[in-house]
Design a protein around this ligand. Structure first.
Ligand SMILES: Cc1cc2nc3c(=O)[nH]c(=O)nc-3n(C[C@H](O)[C@H](O)[C@H](O)COP(=O)(O)OP(=O)(O)OC[C@H]3O[C@@H](n4cnc5c(N)ncnc54)[C@H](O)[C@@H]3O)c2cc1C
Length: 478
């Protein structure tokens, strides 16, 4: 290892290499605190050539490596199993080009999501995918996780906004995939890398599609007696043909946590749920849409529907949604943000079952979720030092996934598989499916050295797809 550390220091300089135990501790986990693994070192490259050289150095010393952005991921994707080296891209944070005419931006992977929208606002443009972590998470992490956010309903997830990528392949070669025009020839390799969870290479440059800022946005807040009636309103709004930019539900337990925190937004704590609806588009069309949503929400059982009067009130409505995770940080040392998707019409029934599972396992479970997409986020506040509680959290998490899959859903909407859900992939894929995915992975990473131990349930699939791989076999699967 000392030879590798010397080689990495040579590439990124002394201030670009972390190897003291107290520095490495920070990288032990990402946002999923119940899975941890210490890296043997962390490198902080400043450009793509340093990334490529760091990859080659790791390979020369037979050590696996893991790309990392801000570490806000919620599925254990950015932790280094098997004492690998973390290659963190946060110093590669330059916006390289803004092309308003073609509505395109070219960025390095360490650019923080919210910074891009700020930078292009003067051109009347914005970058649509907006994870609730957008003040911290990086665009490289967003690409790897195919991140969504509250506005996914209308604007789509990250994959709809990535035109081209440059990446360092796991053998150290620098390649480009996709086309800035949006019309690439041949296989859709951008589609493979987006959502690849950092297993196919390290993204060093991203060409992104920008969107025109809507002329106007209206934000409504519906107060409901319970989550079921709020879900009914969501179904009615979608069925009416409207396509809101966002349809988000915050349940009673989350409202209580938010109102007791610095994110307090003045929500009634006796409400069973609130529904946040955002409509955007040409000003002339919005008045009628607002009235339509108000009527549908009242018919579904809302006791009150407020429309934000100005930007300050709109921000206040959103504070309850975007501050929810932070507010829950006060409740317990750990927060497990679960993620699954069900068909929208199954939301009321599934939410009842999710709450029943939480209660049965004696857990503090609350819900704040992208209702328009059917994308649930049951949040469990817990203390991982309590072994019995941790066991109950894991059991409840698995039960929730099974219920969602039985309802025709999938096991992740936006947080990825990582280490968190690799054991559950067979709930939605056959052995043959998994083998095919491993062969795709092996085409990029034949030796299994780039973020090994992620996504796939056991090494078997990867080893069978590519028996010569050196890396996969070393990673322990639990
Ligand atoms: C409070 C909170 C709210 C959140 N809300 C949302 C939400 O609304 N929607 C949503 O989708 N997610 C959400 N997330 C999850 C998380 O923020 C996203 O997954 C985000 O995209 C991770 O970005 P990151 O920079 O932190 O990546 P990291 O956590 O550092 O890494 C995530 C994955 O990306 C890979 N990776 C990172 N950089 C690169 C690169 N340059 N090349 C290749 N692979 C790379 C890593 O190996 C890892 O597998 C939330 C998280 C938190 C903590």
């Amino acid at each position: 290892m000392s030879g590798l550390l010397a080689a990495l220091r040579e590439i990124v300089g002394a201030d670009g290499l972390l190897a003291r135990p107290e520095d490495l501790l920070v990288y032990e986990a990402d946002g999923l605190t119940m899975h941890g693994a210490l890296p043997s070192a962390v490198v902080l490259p400043r450009d793509k050539m340093e990334v490529a050289r760091a990859v080659r150095a790791c390979r020369a010393h037979g050590v696996p490596f893991v790309p990392r952005g801000a570490g806000t991921g919620l599925s254990g994707g950015a932790i280094a199993l098997d004492s690998g080296v973390v290659i963190e891209c946060s110093r590669m944070n330059r916006i390289l080009r803004i092309d308003p005419e073609n509505r395109v931006a070219v960025v390095e992977p360490g650019v923080v999501n919210a910074e891009l929208s700020k930078a292009v606002a003067r051109h009347g443009l914005f970058y649509a995918p907006d994870p609730s972590s957008q003040m911290a998470c990086t665009l490289g992490g967003n690409v790897a996780e195919n991140s969504g956010g509250p506005h996914t309903l209308k604007y789509g997830t990250t994959t709809q906004h990535v035109l081209a990528l440059e990446l360092v392949l796991p053998d150290g070669e620098l390649v480009r995939v996709g086309a800035a025009s949006g019309f690439p020839a041949g296989y859709d390799l951008v589609g493979a890398v987006v959502g690849g969870e950092g297993t196919l290479g390290i993204v060093t440059e991203i060409t992104l599609r920008l969107s025109a800022m809507p002329e106007r946005a209206e934000t409504l807040l519906g107060i409901f007696p319970d989550v079921v009636s709020a879900c009914r309103a969501v179904g009615a709004i979608i069925q009416s043909g409207l396509v809101p930019a966002a349809l988000e539900i915050v349940d009673q337990r989350t409202i209580a946590a938010v109102e007791a925190s610095v994110y307090a937004a003045g929500l009634p704590t006796d409400a069973g749920a609130v529904l946040l609806v955002e409509l955007d588009g040409p000003a002339v069309a919005l008045g009628r849409q607002v009235e339509r949503v108000r009527t549908l929400a009242l018919e579904a059982g809302a006791r009150e529907v407020a429309v934000a009067r100005d930007a300050a009130e709109r921000a206040r409505f959103w504070r309850a949604r975007k501050g929810a995770f932070g507010a829950m940080g006060r409740l317990a040392p750990d927060l497990y943000v679960h993620d699954a998707v069900v068909p929208r019409n199954k939301l009321p029934e599934i939410l009842e079952r999710v709450c029943e599972i939480g209660d049965r396992h004696r857990l503090r479970l609350s819900n704040v979720f992208h209702a328009g997409d059917g994308n649930l986020h049951p949040n469990i506040s817990f203390d991982r030092r309590d072994a019995d509680e941790l066991r109950r959290v894991i059991e409840a998490g698995e039960e929730i996934l099974r219920v969602c899959v039985e309802a025709g859903g999938v096991i992740s909407g936006e947080h990825g598989i990582g280490t968190e859900k690799r054991a559950y992939l067979p709930l939605v894929f056959s052995d043959a499916d998994l083998g095919a995915m491993c062969r795709l992975r092996a085409a990029f990473d034949p030796d299994g050295v780039c973020n090994p131990g992620k996504i796939f349930p056991t090494t078997r699939f990867c080893m069978e797809a590519n028996p010569k791989a050196r890396g996969y076999g070393r990673v322990e699967f639990t």
